[in-house]
Design a binder for this molecule. Sequence first.
Ligand SMILES: [Zn+2]
Length: 443
Amino acid sequence: MNELIGRKVMKKELLKNIDLSNAIHFSAMVINGSKVCCGRCGCIHPLEAVELQQQRYFCPSCIQLGRIDSDGTLYHMAEVIGHSRKVVFEWAGELTAGQQTVSDQLQRIAAEKRNGMVWAVTGAGKTEMLFETIRMSLSRGERVGLASPRVDVCLELYPRLRKVFPEEDLILLYGDSEEIYRYSKFVLCTTHQLLRFYQAFDVLIIDEVDAFPFVNEKMLQTAAENAIKEQAALLYLTATPTKQLLHLSAKNELEMVVLPARYHRRQLPIPMLKSSFHWRRKIAQKRIPKELMNCINKLMKKNNVLLFCPSISLLNELYKLFSLQMPNISIASVHSKDEDRAEKVLQMREKKFRLFLTTTILERGVTFDQVSVIVLGAEHPVFSASALVQIAGRVDRKSNYTGGEVWFLHDGKNHQIKQAVKQIKRMNQLAKEGGLVDELCIL
Ligand SMILES: [Zn+2]
């Protein structure tokens, strides 16, 4: 029965033929006039748009988790009261003064069961700042969830958390996961998986809250709110907060903690802007824009170059052109539909390529040593201000300084570009005022 505790699931999602008589039953979908509301994700659809047959309806919004029908039932059992216990914690690292302040604030917010947001710059070492809060909450017998919109972030976090909490029964849940669900006090999952939880967590941390798909899917935001207990702490982590989150913080509905500096005490690199007029037309004419070529040659003297392209088709075109024009340089490209994506990213981590072409797929979640970054067509709508801040944040993440630079090549500066630069400068200013960065000394 305990697989129902803190969950809200359909019978077909349960493995065994368990006795459901003690479970709380919810209608899978509720019809109201000409509309139907999904009991799992809360989305509302017009009846005629989602009819299966004979007045049976389904919900297309959360179909990724398996189809929910209007004649179905969702089963739930209330969470049990936890007891304080000993949690084995094995972490030998040390937090910087800035990280420690954030960690202390987070523990307080979690203990007070409030909502909070950590606004920490890219490369600040966010995960380490969570460890103490997780330890504290688990020790109190609480149920803790850590969710990210991106499965690759979950996969990266899993071994790290296992190491720090070696005796905890950490469960990892995502769409293609082979793991069979079991009750656990410590859950790591994608934000979609939160749709299956109901009043479960005492502390729920949502990482990369500004990332796709969480940022533009109201359903997932509702899922996070439903997955926590009435008295619980919901903590958001971000390097580029959305307007909505800033608004909540201004209304005091969300306590904001800012860490404007990286652990290595250097300022964030400020993007250099350079116009590259008609870059798209030049590529269509099978020419590499001169500004792009100059920029690559200059940056390659010190570092490898990550080149962000606005679309897969442009990336493929450019890859062909570079391979012809720079036959002696090791070049690779990667995008979301690339089957060898993981392997190529690994090779780039090992510095196998001098020029690495990518789409926004690598805008966050990856750390490469010794890179400079160029965004071609920074004015393209795919590059939101938050994407540009994340991309700029790929540079100078490691403790050794390599003089990495960030260049935005554009065919006309737009609001998003200006906003991104403004946000980075603001963080640097805050870091300076807080005494969290050192003057850069280049020998
Ligand atoms: Zn639904």
